[in-house]
Design a protein around this ligand. Structure first.
Ligand SMILES: O=C(CO)COP(=O)(O)O
Length: 124
């Protein structure tokens, strides 16, 4: 059981708030993250496997894990107002999740609903 966490720079503060709010739940789940996001995750005290930074292939690595059905869900704190050099990778990740029916949240409100639902189903 593994959950992926990704946050664009403009959304990293919201991601950290989300992690702090859900620390008890997330502390019992394996986490994987793109590189810089992973450093923020570690700073909250949670353990996480860090992949490459997003712009150099991290989103693509998360997509590969999704395609291999190695993830329960992807929590992607996406910044819709920012410009991203790796936008094709971002689109590819969302497409691969849809292809393989992997739950993917792209904003904090949906991330909260997914975590709560997952927690109630698996641990409740
Ligand atoms: O760019 C990202 C998501 O598209 C995130 O990458 P970092 O976690 O390395 O900042």
């Amino acid at each position: 059981m593994k959950i992926a966490i990704i946050a664009h720079d403009g959304k990293k503060p919201e991601m950290v708030s989300f992690l702090n709010k859900n620390k008890d739940k997330l502390g019992e789940i394996s986490l994987v993250a793109t590189g810089t996001t992973g450093k923020y995750v570690e700073n909250t005290g949670l353990s996480v496997e860090k992949l490459l930074s997003g712009p150099i292939g991290g989103d693509a690595q998360i997509a590969a894990l999704s395609a291999e059905k190695k993830l329960e869900m992807v929590l992607f704190f996406r910044d819709p107002l920012g410009k991203h050099p790796h936008e094709p990778d971002v689109q590819m990740l969302m497409r691969i999740c849809d292809v393989h029916n992997i739950p993917i949240a792209t904003n904090p409100a949906t991330a909260q609903l997914l975590i709560d639902a997952f927690w109630n189903k698996q641990m409740g």
